[in-house]
Design a binder for this molecule. Structure first.
Ligand code: CLF
Ligand code: SF4
Length: 296
């Protein structure tokens, strides 16, 4: 099957309202580290047994290794032949380490017909667009929670770029500009770009129109608004948006771009048709990630 844009959209459960009912995805949790710190992010890995490891930006731990991924995909396709998409969405940032690119390279050689889908915070997207295209990535998600540094600094506390730590507004500005360059280049390369926005009441609720307008000018094709999954702390992140806030945000974004409304807030190791029983317990030895935040 040749994967042109129309075909990709039609076959992808997260880019088409139709396909989400009958097409599946397998997430490969190969990306251990992150290069920014979102204030709401709490990644953790729990192996069976008493061990428990917290993950923070820059921390690297062993998850699924790129060389193990092909076997997981083979088994997933046996269990669920409706799978059309191989996604890498975490649990850290997918471009903070080389693991996602290496994994896609292996999968693309064995299964060129499967759609490769990457989700990233976008900090390192621009320099990797050509490499991503080469290893078969045709759909991409970038999480854009703010396009003004004064707003994004309330959500993202620091950015680590080329070995230097940037805090507060300086880091936020750097991330915004990197995301813009990356989205523009990816869209121009022919990759379908979805924008995820984590809706955080009190911080970016009134900023949705500006985000949507900005990403549309960069070439993004669809928006997915993800309600914040409330955390214990800090205080600004303890309250999830209610149904009205979510619905208003979607309507606002829809003035600029189509909005995907079937998101299942998948974990980094989700498998199967979204909304149907998750197959990951049959594929992975351990259940690795808490349902805290999805990069999908
Ligand atoms: Fe995975 Fe995300 Fe690709 Fe889909 S999920 S990397 S675009 S293959 Fe889909 Fe899951 Fe929602 Fe994401 S339902 S969290 S939108
Ligand atoms: Fe990194 Fe994603 Fe967590 Fe943000 S939400 S700190 S991008 S892993």
């Amino acid at each position: 099957m040749r994967l042109d844009n129309g075909n990709v959209k039609h076959q992808h459960p997260c880019f088409s309202g139709e396909a989400h009912l009958n097409r599946g995805r397998i997430h490969l949790p190969v990306s251990p580290a992150c290069n920014i710190q979102c204030r709401f992010c709490k990644r953790s890995i729990t192996k069976t047994g008493p061990e428990r490891y917290e993950q923070r930006p820059g921390f690297s731990g062993e998850l699924l290794r790129p060389e193990e991924a092909l076997d997981v995909v083979r088994r997933a396709l046996d269990l669920c032949p409706e799978i059309t998409v191989v996604g890498i969405a975490g649990p850290g940032d997918t471009l903070a380490t080389y693991h996602a690119l290496e994994t896609f390279d292996r999968i693309h050689q064995a299964y060129p017909e499967l759609i490769k889908c990457l989700s990233t915070n976008g900090l390192l997207l621009e320099p990797y667009v050509d490499d991503l295209f080469r290893v078969g990535v045709r759909t991409l998600t970038v999480t854009v929670n703010g396009v003004y540094p004064g707003i994004l600094e309330q959500i993202c506390s620091q950015v680590i770029f080329q070995g230097v730590r940037y805090k507060g507004r300086e880091g936020a500005a750097l991330l915004i500009e990197a995301q813009k360059r990356g989205i523009r280049k990816a869209a121009a390369r022919g990759i379908l770009v979805k924008i995820n926005i984590v809706l955080i009441p009190g911080i970016n609720r009134d900023h949705i129109a500006e985000i949507a307008r900005t990403v549309k000018t960069l070439g993004a094709g669809i928006i997915n608004i993800i309600p914040l999954i409330p955390q214990q702390e800090p205080a600004a992140f303890t309250v999830a948006p209610d149904c009205t806030e979510l619905s208003d945000a979607r309507e606002t974004a829809e003035r600029y771009l189509p909005v995907f409304r079937h998101c299942q807030h998948c974990r980094a190791d989700a498998a199967g048709i979204p909304g149907q029983p998750d197959l990951s317990p049959l594929l992975y030895e351990y259940q690795a990630w808490e349902q805290t935040f999805s990069h999908g």
